[in-house]
Structure formats: structure tokens, C-alpha cells
Design a protein around this ligand. Structure first.
Ligand code: CO
Length: 203
């Protein structure tokens, strides 16, 4: 583990190296951000949006919370989604979950974890909605499948927000992607075709 002082030193080294390869890098980046992508992912430290997609600063707008939950009553995610869609005019929203997600695991467990149980209520609801499918699976596969179902469900929630519906209504190009990341392989996999209109969201 690196000490907190090391982080500041690392930063100075990084900033120097960026300036050396492109003297105008920071002045140009400071003028505006123009990301094409909006990432909604898990807070898990092992799933950093920029690094696993090979995107430099300025190219992906990011919102992360425990288990990449999108609730229509969460002003945090709604505010950032509205800014991404209405102001930045991103063309792609990526909802990215991951196998081995601690939040999803907690939603499967039958004991109290604390406040987080309220946050994870939508995932607990998913276990009830899909109980027949999940009952056929062994514990490991059940956990994996719930991670996938959670991504699919949260992407549908994004597509159902008034923000996204209004964007499609005015003809704005916007696709919602449902991706999952495998921690032990470092690989991203799309779980379905992108949702690009209200009709796609019925599938
Ligand atoms: Co997670």
C-alpha cells in the first residue's frame, strides 16, 4: 500500500510526464470537457472506468455508487445523468456492473449489514422477481447471475428516466449499454444489445 504522501508525489511525476509528452495537455483539457461516454459503475476500487476502457482524462463522465444502482428517486444519479445527456450530450451511457460485487452479495444474504440494506433494496427485489430462475442455480452461479440481472435492470431504469425518454423524444442519439466486468480476467462483456429507443427497453 502507498502512503498518502506518495500519492501527491505520484501526481507531480504524472503531471510532469503528461506535460513532457504534450506541453499544452492541461491548458487544453482545462478549457472544456467533451466526453462522449457516461459511465455508471460500482464504487469497487477494482473497476476504474478510465483504466479498463483505455480512455484518457476528459473522455468519460463518471458516476459510481455501491452496486451501480439507478433509482428514479436518487437525485445524485438523476442530476449527473441530466448533465451528461442535456449539457454534455453524451451519445452512450454505459451501466457497468461486475462479477463478485459485494453489494450484490450483500443483497443475497439474509442478515443485516446496516444502512446499505436500504440502498440495496432494489437488488433484493430482483431476487424475488427472478426467484424461479435463481432457485435452479448453485450458489456461485446464482451470485454471478444476480450481478448480470442487476446490470440489466439498472440499465432499464436509466432508459425509463424522464431525462432519457425526453432525449429520445427530441431525436437525440443516445444508447444505453449493459456491460459486466470480470475481476479475475479484466474483461468487459456486453450482456445485451444497447437500448437505443423506448421500444428497445421492452425487450
Ligand atoms: Co461492486
Amino acid at each position: 500500500m502507498q502512503s498518502i504522501e506518495t500519492l501527491i508525489k505520484n501526481n507531480a511525476i504524472w503531471a510532469d510526464s503528461m506535460r513532457q509528452s504534450d506541453p499544452n495537455y492541461f491548458t487544453r483539457l482545462a478549457q472544456q470537457q467533451n466526453p462522449r461516454y457516461f459511465w455508471i459503475g460500482c464504487s469497487d476500487s477494482r473497476v476504474p472506468a478510465n483504466q479498463i476502457t483505455g480512455l484518457p482524462p476528459g473522455e468519460v463522465f463518471v458516476h459510481r455508487n455501491v452496486a451501480n444502482v439507478v433509482q428514479e428517486t436518487d437525485f445524485n444519479v438523476l442530476a449527473v445523468l441530466q448533465y451528461a445527456v442535456d449539457v454534455l450530450k453524451v451519445t452512450d451511457v454505459i451501466v457497468c456492473g461486475h462479477y463478485g460485487c459485494g453489494g450484490v452479495k450483500a443483497a443475497l444474504e439474509n442478515f443485516r449489514h446496516g444502512i446499505i440494506d436500504n440502498w440495496l433494496a432494489p437488488i433484493r427485489s430482483l431476487t424475488r422477481v427472478h426467484k424461479d430462475e435463481l432457485a435452479l442455480l448453485e450458489d456461485g452461479s446464482k451470485f454471478d447471475r444476480l450481478c448480470e440481472l442487476n446490470v440489466l435492470s439498472q440499465a432499464r431504469h436509466v432508459a425509463r428516466t424522464t431525462i432519457v425518454e425526453d432525449a429520445w423524444e427530441r431525436g437525440q442519439e443516445l444508447a444505453i449499454h449493459s456491460w459486466i466486468y470480470r475481476l479475475d480476467q479484466g474483461i468487459l462483456t456486453p450482456l445485451r444489445d444497447p437500448i437505443s429507443c423506448s421500444k428497445d427497453n421492452e425487450i
